[in-house]
Design a protein around this ligand. Sequence first.
Ligand code: FES
Length: 74
Amino acid sequence: MAEVTIRMRPNGPLVIEGPFTLVDSRGAAFEIPPNKPAVALCRCGQSSKRPFCDGSHKTCGFASDEAPTPPALG
Ligand code: FES
């Protein structure tokens, strides 16, 4: 089974690895080169190539490095 991994980069994009399709709000697919092992999606909102990361997070002061919340006990 093919597996997709979405990795949060500290203070940066979401990096998606594995076979996936990225579609816009109308269902139109973005073209992803088949030889690209991973795609970085902007989560700072400052990229000029949205939804893709263009590196703007490095200069806009974006700060985010969340960790999963452990499940509640009991
Ligand atoms: S996360 Fe990289 S430009 Fe927004």
